[in-house]
Design a protein around this ligand. Structure first.
Ligand SMILES: Nc1ncnc2c1ncn2[C@@H]1O[C@H](COP(=O)(O)OP(=O)(O)OP(=O)(O)O)[C@@H](O)[C@H]1O
Length: 257
C-alpha cells in the first residue's frame, strides 16, 4: 500500500504521517516513510534522535548518485540525461532506520517548477513511482503542502490519498482541489482526516464541506502536540493523539480490506 498524506500547509500532515508510520511498524509491517516535503522534518516527528537526523542527506543533494544514475557529469548537469535511471536499490541503500521505520528523505529540487525536467527531479519521480512493495509493506509519503506536487507527478504510483484538513475554508478548498487532481490521475476515492478539532461544531463544519463517507475520523487540537515539535520529542509520545490516530487507522484498514 502506498499512501500519500497531503493537504494545505501546516494542517498536520507530518504529525499524522509520523504517527501512522509508527503504528504500522508496531504491527510488524515493513514501513517506508518518505519525506517528500522540503519544509517538513519527518525524522524529527518520527522521534529519530538528533545524532541520526544530523547525518541524513536528502536524495536530491546526492549529486554523485544523481550523476551516476542519470549519466550526467556532477559539476555541470548536461541537458542530455537518462530518463529511466535505475532506482530499485536506492531505498535499501539510502534509507535511515529507527523506531522500526525506514525513512527516505527526498529533499528539494532547487531548479524545480511545475514543468521541471532535470536529472534530480527525474530521479526523485522515478524513485517514488518505483518503490517496490511486498505483501506487508506500507509506504507513507509526507507530501509537500498544496497541490502543485500532483501536477509534477511526484505522487505517481500512489494508490491512496489521505488529505489532512482543519476546520477552515482554505484547507477544505485544498481538499477539493486534491480530490479533482487525484481523480484526473486515476484515483477515484480519497480520504480525509480532520485535525486540530476543538469541538463538535468543528467536526460538523468539516463534514458539511467534504464527502462525509471520505472522512476517516478526527484528531483533537492538543497543545502537547505543539510542544512535541522539538528535538528528541515526538507526537508519538502523546498517548491521546496516538489513540485518535489508531482509531483513524482502524477505519482506514477496514475501508481498504
Ligand atoms: N492535533 C494537533 N493539535 C495541536 N497542534 C498540532 C496538531 N497537529 C499538528 N499540530 C501542530 O501544527 C504544526 C504543523 O504541523 P505539521 O508540521 O504536522 O503540519 P504540516 O501539514 O506537515 O506542515 P507543513 O505544510 O508546513 O509541512 C506543528 O507545530 C504541529 O505541532
Amino acid at each position: 500500500m502506498k499512501i500519500a498524506i497531503t493537504g494545505k500547509g501546516g494542517v498536520g500532515k507530518t504529525t499524522f504521517a509520523a504517527i501512522l508510520s509508527r503504528l504500522y511498524a508496531a504491527e510488524g509491517y515493513r514501513v517506508l516513510a518518505v519525506d517528500a516535503d522540503p519544509d517538513a522534518n519527518l525524522a524529527l516527528a518520527l522521534g529519530f534522535p538528533d545524532e541520526i537526523i544530523s547525518k541524513i542527506v536528502p536524495i536530491a543533494e546526492m549529486k554523485e548518485l544523481i550523476a551516476e544514475r542519470t549519466s550526467t557529469p556532477t559539476d555541470s548537469f548536461s541537458k542530455i540525461f537518462k530518463l529511466n535511471p535505475q532506482v530499485d536499490d536506492i531505498p535499501d541503500k539510502y534509507c535511515t532506520c529507527c523506531n522500526g521505520v525506514n525513512l527516505l528523505t527526498m529533499g528539494t529540487v532547487e531548479s524545480g517548477g511545475s514543468g521541471c525536467v532535470c536529472p534530480e527531479h527525474v530521479l526523485l519521480k522515478r524513485l517514488t513511482s518505483h518503490l517496490v512493495l511486498q505483501n506487508k509493506d506500507v509506504v507513507v509519503m509526507d507530501m509537500e503542502a498544496g497541490i502543485e506536487h500532483l501536477g509534477r507527478g511526484t505522487a505517481q504510483g500512489v494508490n491512496t490519498f489521505i488529505v489532512v484538513v482543519e476546520p477552515g475554508a482554505r484547507s477544505l478548498q485544498t481538499y477539493h482541489k486534491i480530490k479533482k487532481l487525484a481523480s484526473d490521475i486515476g484515483i477515484p476515492k480519497i480520504y480525509a482526516v480532520g485535525n486540530k478539532i476543538k469541538n463538535d461544531l468543528d467536526k460538523a463544519y468539516i463534514l458539511e464541506n467534504i464527502d462525509p463517507e471520505a472522512c476517516l475520523g478526527f484528531i483533537s487540537y492538543n497543545v502537547d502536540v505543539v510542544n512535541s515539535d522539538r528535538p528528541d520529542q515526538s507526537p508519538f509520545m502523546n498517548s491521546k493523539i496516538v489513540e485518535e490516530v489508531k482509531a483513524i487507522k482502524l477505519c482506514f484498514d477496514l475501508e481498504k480490506r
